[in-house]
Design a protein around this ligand. Sequence first.
Ligand SMILES: *Cc1c(COP(=O)(O)O)cnc(C)c1O
Length: 233
Amino acid sequence: MTARADEIAANLDVVRRRIATACAEAGRPEDDVSLVVVTKFFPASDVRVLADLGVTDVGENRHQEAEAKAAECVDLGLRWHFIGGLQSNKAAAVASYADVVESVDRAKLVAPLSRGAHSRGHEVDVLLQVSLDPPGADHRSGADPADLADLAQRVEEAGMLRLRGLMAVAPLGERPDDAFARLAEVREVFVRDHPRATTLSAGMSGDLEAAIRHGATHVRVGSAVLGERPAVK
Ligand SMILES: *Cc1c(COP(=O)(O)O)cnc(C)c1O
């Protein structure tokens, strides 16, 4: 193995153990929680190392980078998760390579996603991104919990999209446990109306334990596996 592969393998081991420990402490079976490794800013060569180490799911947050990397790694058979802010004029293109789009937060995205999935001839899994910011906060990413029911209905009525569940990011400046406790309440209501949409994508390098305590089924982990990213512009 190269030095880089050794480093990634060691980090991955630590993260897998963190997930297992958090599951045990929450009284949940370990296979309740899936790992999505966030590969944004890191090269396709790292994605190959991850696939060799048994990683099946990777996440990207910028369309151009994701599209290029997914094309370069198409032989690996990975599931590509799009987890970033989505522009409606890019949504159809994202649906042409993403297997899961986790960041659907407004109705305008639904038609182009459906169209992209149609032209690819392949259903795309959809998570609705819910905002955990306090109402009235400046930079809300994600839908207001009050808008989820309408958004879910639109996804279910559009062809080629499968509504799978919810995604959220804990806001800065609040204890992740508090934010994820709110998320768990939102999810409980949501799943009542959409009993098959049980995915909950929450938790990153810094807060995956809190997310698992509050029911996450998928954690999205970048820097704890691949190292620090360059500062985001
Ligand atoms: C970058 C990113 C992550 C991973 O963050 P880390 O702190 O590096 O684990 C998870 N979710 C989203 C939406 C991201 O943009």
